[in-house]
Design a protein around this ligand. Structure first.
Ligand SMILES: [Zn+2]
Length: 277
C-alpha cells in the first residue's frame, strides 16, 4: 500500500506542551508560562492509497491562520501558546495534488481530533466522507468548544461528519475500536487524553501496524517514556492511551506516526518499527 506523509506548514509550541509538568490544573498554566519554544514542527497529513479508496488522516492547517483575527486572540492558548507558519501551497489540497492525488477522490477523511492544526484543511474535502468521534464532536462544538480551544466557527458550512461511536470491539490492547474497511485492515481506535474524543488510525500492512497517532504524543520517544503532554485535559486517560500504544508495539511490529514528529516521515518511508517498547 502506498502511504504518503505531507506536512501542511509548521507549528511551534512551548516545550512543556510536548511534555507537561505539574499536577492536574497547573499543567496548562505551566505550559503557557514556559519560555522555551520548540523548533518549528511538521503538521503531518497522511494519505493512504487503500484498494477500497483513498484515505486521508487529518487535514492539516490553513494559510488563513496568518489573517488577523482568524485565531481568537481572546483565548490564552492562541495568544501565548502557539505559532504557525503555513503557505497556501502547503495546504492539504495542493499538497495532495503535488503527489498526483486529487482531493475529490478521497473517500474517507479520518480526523484524529478537531484542533485547528488538524481541522484547518477541511475545506479541501467537500466530496469526502469525514469521520470524527462523537465524543470529540461534542467536546469541540459550540461555546464550550471554543473555550476548550477548538474553532467550530471555522468549520466549513457543509461540515456534517459521520460520527464514530465506539462499541466494545477491541483491537489488541485498545478496548474500543471500529473497522473502517471491508477488508478489516484499517481500524479506528479510541485514544482519549489529548482531547476527550481523540482517536488513532491503525493500518495493517502484512504483519506491520502503521499507527497514525495524531497527538497521542508529539514524538516516539515521549510515547516510550509515557510522558503526557502539557495540554491534555485528562492526563490519566492520556497516560493510559500511551501505555496501550506501547503494549501494541510490544506485541506486533508497529510504525508509530505522530502528527508533529519531525522523524515520522522517514520512519514511514523506511517502515521503521518501534523498538524497546
Ligand atoms: Zn492537538
Amino acid at each position: 500500500m502506498k502511504v504518503h506523509a505531507v506536512s501542511t506548514g509548521t507549528v511551534a509550541v512551548h516545550e512543556r506542551q510536548r511534555e507537561g509538568r505539574g499536577p492536574g490544573p497547573l499543567r496548562p498554566v505551566n505550559t503557557l508560562l514556559d519560555r522555551r519554544w520548540t523548533d518549528p514542527l511538521p503538521i503531518h497529513v497522511w494519505a493512504i492509497e487503500h484498494p477500497e479508496g483513498l484515505i486521508v488522516v487529518d487535514t492539516g492547517e490553513t494559510a488563513r491562520v496568518a489573517e488577523p483575527g482568524y485565531l481568537p486572540r481572546w483565548h490564552p492558548y492562541f495568544r501565548l501558546g502557539v505559532r504557525e507558519w503555513v503557505e497556501e501551497g502547503e495546504e492539504a489540497g495542493p499538497a495532495l495534488r503535488r503527489l498526483g492525488l486529487d482531493p475529490a477522490d478521497v473517500r474517507w477523511v479520518v480526523m484524529t481530533h478537531l484542533h485547528t492544526d488538524h481541522a484547518g484543511g477541511l475545506a479541501h474535502f467537500p466530496e469526502s466522507e469525514i469521520l470524527v468521534s462523537r465524543d470529540e464532536l461534542k467536546a469541540a462544538s459550540g461555546a464550550m468548544g471554543k473555550l476548550r480551544g477548538f474553532l467550530p466557527h471555522r468549520w466549513p458550512e457543509w461540515f456534517q461528519p459521520r460520527e464514530v461511536v465506539f462499541g466494545e470491539r477491541a483491537f489488541g490492547p485498545f478496548p474500543r475500536s471500529i473497522s473502517l474497511t471491508e477488508a478489516g485492515d484499517v481500524h479506528l481506535v479510541a485514544t482519549p487524553g489529548h482531547t476527550p474524543g481523540h482517536l488513532s488510525v491503525v493500518v495493517e500492512e502484512d504483519d506491520v501496524a502503521l499507527f497514525f497517532a495524531g497527538d497521542v504524543s508529539y514524538t516516539e520517544e515521549l510515547m516510550l517514556r509515557g510522558a503526557v503532554d502539557g495540554v491534555a485535559p485528562d492526563a490519566a486517560a492520556a497516560a493510559q492511551s500511551l501505555g496501550r500504544v506501547r503494549e501494541l508495539a510490544r506485541t506486533r511490529p508497529t510504525v508509530y506516526l505522530p502528527t508533529h514528529d519531525p522523524a515520522a516521515g522517514e520512519r514511514l518511508a523506511d517502515r521503521v518499527v518501534v523498538s524497546a517498547a
